[in-house]
Structures are given as structure tokens and as C-alpha cells.
Design a protein around this ligand. Structure first.
Ligand SMILES: [Zn+2]
Length: 436
């Protein structure tokens, strides 16, 4: 943070970051379109109904094939990976070869593919014949040095039986059936380059290596800032996705009701399971996904906000939005002021004069959607007040308690009282009166 325009940049960054990260922790569970409705729309009963036993045996055979493909990735055996790909389709073979090349770059500690639910695809059956089998394929993997446990994503593959063997004939024809991030992972598009710096890994398009190095530097500084200001341990391992394609792990880059804001980056939560298009199980970790339109002009403090989510998401999902966003803003503002030449005073003034007078309750999802700038400012102020009153260690303890046990409104009130001595209404009043 040494350039002369820093102050101007700071003001701009405040606006950006104030409205960024909206989708962060809590919305990641939204899944995408309900798979059931699409399934129903496509669900013409097939003329070739298989018995249960036949279906099971088909699934076993395809699982065996998928197992070989996963082993081929781990063993660096491209021929093994491509063995089941339809050789009559050069484009499909090229796509699958590129997928193999990309997957190899991530360094999986573990990787498995296996079938999940399947659905009739009459048009594909018409094209490929009666043995056509379209299925969701789960990809369960752990990136070495990044993921503390395996996570899952899904793919939609179509196979046919040819010469007594299963052949992969389609790898993207049923994507509309998948989960939100299904077949939209960073390895699913152009050839990638991975830049590793400390525990940070940045994925960019192969032609943007220099950009990847720049983002890796900014990311590493942001990780250091979070580690300075968040007292509970975080090892700083994070994957930052900065691909040119806007579809990678996210389709929507605006948020809020009405006019909407542009989101500059998101922390996308990964769950232990991803079943039938919906996340399941506890949160395991996060990826940071950079808005492609803004990837070349990324501010460190924005990443600090998102990295705070990455550091705290694994603790548990039950944190109220004002606390998760307020904490991310708090750490971001502290990191800005770590540099004595930089200040967030203009933001403070705005909060004091514009956002506090009308504060009747700490902002919830609705308040964030209605007026993001205001909700982020209020949330920041609430955490700033708590840190001032209790100290950061106790605020972190409150966060951790709520993240795991804040399952109901009553539990929330009890935990809040235990840690702060205040009811929700008393806390709101104290935040409104706090001058900073
Ligand atoms: Zn956020």
C-alpha cells in the first residue's frame, strides 16, 4: 500500500467493499434451481425401463469406470483418463484432455468420482440409442494443503453401452440439472495456471500468469492482515479463483433489491456433502471468487473482508449476518489503519451521521438486501462497539459460541446475554449510542 493515490483509492474501496461479499457466508446454501422441477419437466418415462437389478448393475459398472478415471488423475495417466471417452467425438476428447491437464495442476490429496441420481434424457436417448444413461457424477476431492477435509461438487455425464463397454458421450448436456457450482469449477473452462505463494493458491487463465502473481501477493498480504486481527487460529490456506469466465462458481455478480450493487468478490462456502444439488453437512472451507470484470483492479482491503469469512466459516454456520459481516468489516477497517497514513475516518463519519440515528435493530438479511451500505456500516459499528467493550478475544468467543449453538432466536438471546450481559435490544441501543 505504497502508491500516492492511496487515499482516493481508499474511498473507492470503501464503497466497493461495503457492498461486496454480500453473498458470502450465508447465501451459499441457496443451491440453485430446484432440481426436482427440471427433472419433472424432462421426465418422460423411458420406453426401456430397467429392472432394479439391471439399474444396480449398470451403476456398478459405471462406478468402476469412474473409479479408474479418478485413479488415472492421481497417477498422471492421461490415456487411462481418456480410455472411456467416445473416440468418435474429437471435441469431447479435447475437452476431456484439457480437463485432465487442469485437474493435474491442482494437486489432489484424494479424488473419487461416483454416480448419484440419474434421470431420463429422451433427446439424448434419441441421439445415442436405448442404452443411453445420464447420471449425476459426484466428484469428491481434497486439494492437498488447502482443504482440511474432502468436499464435493457434481457433474452431469451421459454414457452409452458400446461393444460391451460404457462410453462417455456427453459431458455437459445435462448441466441444468446440477447444483449451483456443478460443472462450473475453475478446472472446467480454459487451461488454468496456479500461482502458489505461502499458503495462498491463485487460479487464473494460463495466459494471465502475471495477473495471478499480482493477486497472489495481494492475497498473501490480506491473509497476514486477517491473522493479525482475528485471534482464533487460521492457517491462511485459501484458494483464490480469478478466472476470466463469469460462470466460474458464480453466475450473479450483483446483489440487493432494486438497483443492485456490483459484487467484487465472494467467499463461496464448501460443504462436506453436495447431494442432489443441495449442500449438506457442515461447512468445510471456502473459495474466494473474484468478479472477472474487476479482477485486474483488486484492492487488498476487499480481500481482507472476504478472507475474514474464509477464516471464520469453518467454525459454524449459525452466526447472525450482522456479526459475520460486521466482523469482516471490522478486520478490513483495522487492516486499512494498520498503515498510519491511511484512515477510514470518512466511513466512520458516514456511519455516525447517516446510519446510526435510525438504528432500531441490528441488520438482518432483509436489511442487507434493502440497503447494503447502511447494513454493512451498522454491522461494522456493532462489532467495533463489542471490541471496545469486551476486547477482541471475547468477541471471538461470542462468535464461536453463536456459530455452533445459535440455532434459535432464544438460543441467540441467551448466548448474547452470557457474553455481553445484554439483550438484543440493549445491545442495539448501546451500538446506537457508541461514538467510536
Ligand atoms: Zn462479507
Amino acid at each position: 500500500m505504497k502508491h500516492p493515490r492511496r487515499w482516493v483509492a481508499a474511498a473507492a474501496a470503501l464503497v466497493l467493499a461495503g457492498t461486496a461479499g454480500v453473498v458470502a457466508v450465508r447465501q451459499s446454501g441457496d443451491g440453485g434451481p430446484p432440481a426436482g422441477s427440471t427433472a419433472a419437466a424432462l421426465g418422460n418415462p423411458s420406453a426401456h425401463e430397467l429392472t432394479d437389478a439391471e439399474q444396480k448393475s449398470r451403476q456398478r459398472e459405471v462406478d468402476l469406470l469412474l473409479g479408474k478415471r479418478a485413479a488415472a488423475v492421481l497417477k498422471n495417466d492421461p490415456a487411462g483418463f481418456l480410455a472411456a471417452v467416445d473416440p468418435k467425438q474429437p471435441k469431447l476428447v479435447a475437452r476431456q484432455r484439457l480437463l485432465f491437464t487442469n485437474l493435474r495442476k491442482f494437486g489432489f490429496g484424494s479424488l473419487t468420482f461416483f454416480t448419484a441420481d440419474s434421470w431420463p434424457t429422451p433427446k439424448l436417448t434419441e441421439k445415442y440409442g436405448p442404452t443411453t444413461f445420464s447420471t449425476r457424477v459426484m466428484m469428491r476431492y481434497q486439494i492437498a494443503g488447502l482443504d482440511p477435509k474432502p468436499v464435493q461438487t457434481d457433474l452431469g455425464y451421459t454414457f452409452v453401452r458400446r461393444d460391451n463397454l460404457w462410453v462417455l458421450v456427453e459431458d455437459g448436456a445435462t448441466d441444468e440439472m446440477l447444483s449451483r457450482d456443478g460443472h462450473r469449477q475453475p478446472w472446467d473452462f480454459q487451461e488454468v495456471a496456479l500461482v502458489r505463494r505461502g499458503k495462498v493458491v491463485v487460479v487464473v487463465g494460463q495466459r494471465e500468469l502475471a495477473l495471478g502473481q499480482k493477486i497472489a501477493q495481494v492475497s498473501e498480504d490480506a491473509v497476514a492482515a486477517v491473522r493479525r486481527h482475528w485471534p482464533r487460529g487460521w492457517n491462511g490456506s485459501v484458494l483464490v479463483v480469478a478466472m476470466p469466465e463469469p460462470q466460474v462458481m458464480a453466475t450473479v455478480w450483483t446483489s440487493g433489491d432494486g438497483r443492485g450493487w456490483t459484487i467484487a468478490a465472494k467467499a463461496v462456502t464448501l460443504y462436506e456433502g453436495e447431494q442432489l444439488g443441495k449442500p449438506s453437512g457442515p461447512p468445510i472451507g471456502s473459495r474466494i471468487v473474484i468478479n472477472p470484470a474487476l479482477r485486474k483492479d483488486l484492492d487488498e482491503d476487499l480481500l481482507v473482508h472476504e478472507m475474514t469469512h474464509v477464516a471464520t466459516v469453518p467454525i459454524g454456520p449459525m452466526v447472525p449476518l450482522w456479526l459475520s459481516e460486521g466482523l469482516a468489516e471490522y478486520v478490513r477497517c483495522r487492516s486499512v489503519e494498520d498503515d498510519p497514513e491511511w484512515t477510514v475516518d470518512p466511513y466512520r463519519r458516514t456511519v455516525r451521521t447517516k446510519y446510526l440515528p435510525g438504528l432500531n435493530e441490528l441488520p438482518d438479511r432483509k436489511a442487507f438486501d434493502a440497503n447494503g451500505d447502511r447494513a454493512y456500516g451498522q454491522s461494522w459499528w456493532a462489532v467495533q462497539y463489542l471490541v471496545d467493550d469486551l476486547g477482541m478475544k471475547k468477541v471471538a468467543a461470542l462468535y464461536a459460541d453463536l456459530a455452533v449453538h445459535g440455532t434459535t432466536e432464544a438460543a441467540y438471546s441467551t448466548i448474547l446475554k452470557r457474553h455481553t450481559g445484554k439483550t438484543p435490544a440493549e445491545l442495539t441501543l448501546a451500538v446506537r449510542r457508541f461514538r467510536g
